[in-house]
Design a protein around this ligand. Structure first.
Ligand code: XMP
Length: 318
């Protein structure tokens, strides 16, 4: 794509100009935005970039491995992974309020990142801020959009650490970030991924988060996505995911009754996440997904499909 090739060159030149011979620290969350930011910086300044990937233990199946693989082949970048899942899961024990979950995760992310970053001599902090984030954070009405991104915004951190900000994606929309990612050679299966919230699976387990619950959710979510890909529907959907409900219902397996969790499936179309329509799967497809999940995932005996548009519903359940 001509435009993106030009943007890439321009962005690299701008980074070099801003950073000079300084060093940059980039926090990776596992998402497309932070990964594209990191790869762009790597092209611009090579080994003067240190990436810190904080694994909060709330990512989807194989997601942490995918991010690592993305950087494993590059010996021009310093890549540090911190497995902080125990810290996060311990702090989240018994937490049921969605906003407390978000705040806890946001606070720990900054703490873990700051501790790691202190050991690195950096001059700049890189962030994958997009244009809509810039608009949202100056929204005069405040409201939920500001809190939505609160965990991303390492508020006060750059100043506290004496770092200047580098935000090379600041003028881009999500689809442009994806195009840039392709231009930088990132795999389509990674670049084209559905958006995933920073607090991760924590806000897809209404009620208290448990390690067992997370394992169940991960597997069920992976089956749903696998079936969506197999049906060739992935790119038509804005976001699709599973939610593990803290509710048990009766089922029957062979000649025994079961009493297990309900799993919610959500899939929506949208252009920006602000409004959304449900994806109209045919019932045969949904039935196939439900029977695979109930048969393959222990701990779930009922699957429901969320048919609420946004508004009045939100995309996430918490
Ligand atoms: P809702 O649920 O508000 O979601 O309709 C709109 C979009 O925002 C994502 N989302 C979040 N993203 N941190 C994030 O980074 C959050 O706390 C958060 N909450 C919701 C959601 O996945 C959807 O794309």
């Amino acid at each position: 794509d001509w435009t993106m090739a030009a943007f890439r060159e321009e962005a690299i030149a701008r980074i070099r100009e801003q950073v000079g011979d300084g060093r940059v620290i980039c926090g990776l969350s596992g998402g497309v935005d932070s990964t594209v930011t990191a790869v762009l910086l790597a092209e611009a300044i090579g080994d003067r970039l240190t990436c810190i990937f904080v694994d909060h233990g709330l990512l989807r199946e194989n997601e942490a491995e995918q991010v690592e693989t993305m950087f494993a082949g590059r010996n021009d970048v310093i890549f540090n992974k911190v497995d902080a899942s125990e810290t996060f899961l311990n702090a989240l024990e018994g937490v049921t309020d969605p906003e407390v979950k978000r705040k806890t995760i946001g606070r720990l992310f900054v703490e873990v990142f700051e501790k790691e970053a202190k050991a690195v001599k950096g001059d700049f902090l890189a962030q994958g801020t997009l244009y809509p984030d810039v608009i949202e954070s100056v929204s005069p009405t405040g409201g939920p959009s500001v809190t939505i991104k609160s965990h991303h915004n390492v508020g006060g951190l750059p100043e506290r650490m004496g770092l200047k900000l580098v935000e090379p994606l600041r003028l881009l929309f999500k689809d442009e970030v994806r195009a840039l990612g392709r231009e930088l050679g990132l795999a389509e299966t990674f670049v084209g991924r559905h958006p995933f919230p920073g607090p991760g699976l924590a806000i897809r387990c209404p009620g208290a988060i448990t390690r067992d619950g997370l394992a169940v959710l991960r597997r069920a979510d992976a089956i749903f996505i696998e079936e969506i890909r197999a049906a060739g529907l992935y790119d038509r959907i804005w976001q699709a995911f599973a939610v593990l409900l803290p509710v048990e219902t009766v089922g029957v397996m062979g000649d025994a009754r079961t009493y297990e969790k309900v799993l919610g499936l959500r899939a929506v179309t949208s252009t920006d996440g602000m409004t959304a329509d449900i994806y109209p799967f045919d019932v045969t497809f949904l039935g196939r997904v439900a029977s695979r999940i109930v048969n393959e995932v222990r701990g779930v005996n009922r699957v429901v499909y969320d048919v609420t548009s946004k508004p009045p519903g939100t995309i996430e359940w918490e």
